[in-house]
Design a binder for this molecule. Structure first.
Ligand code: 5GP
Length: 145
């Protein structure tokens, strides 16, 4: 799917928002939701989405909704740092399939990095254990301010 197109309400993140499929929740407020990536590129890889915006990517999201998403990104990034003590943090966001986007509901990745651990490849990692993701989500949630 390229940059243009219709928002599909059956995308996997819309299903997570509606509670139709489970996710390891890190943080939720009235506008946004943060949860663990099921195919993490690193331990603690989290995703942040807007719960109501029918935006597929950076180009079509309302600026106020984007501001809410980015405020939660910062909050989650701070909590990831406090919980997991990474040496660095990558924040990424992909627009359109040629750019690497696979889920067409705008989302931002928060990926902790450690000096001696190589970053997993985007979209090529294995599925994490649900229980391990829950444990990590709880550790990060505990450090949300
Ligand atoms: P994108 O490639 O669109 O930037 O990112 C989509 C992300 O969603 C990927 O990092 C992928 O691992 C993650 N993902 C795909 N399916 C699921 C799922 O069912 N649950 C969760 N929590 N993450 C998913």
């Amino acid at each position: 799917m390229s940059l243009d197109g219709r928002y599909d309400p059956e995308n996997i993140f819309a299903k997570i928002v509606r509670g139709e499929i489970p996710a390891a929740t890190v943080f939720e407020d009235v506008d946004t939701l943060a949860f663990m990536d099921a195919f993490p590129q690193a331990r603690g890889h989290s995703l942040v989405i807007h719960k109501r915006s029918a935006a597929r990517n950076l180009l079509d999201i309302d600026p106020a909704d984007l501001a809410a998403v980015m405020t939660t990104v910062q909050r989650v990034a701070r909590a990831v740092r406090a919980a997991l003590s990474p040496d660095g943090l990558v924040v990424t966001q992909f627009n359109g399939a040629p750019a690497g986007q696979t889920v067409f509901h705008l989302h931002v990745h928060v990926i902790p990095r450690w000096n001696d651990i190589a970053l997993g490849r985007h979209g090529e990692g294995g599925m994490a254990e649900a229980s391990a993701l829950k444990t990590l989500a709880a550790m990060i949630a505990e450090r949300i301010e």
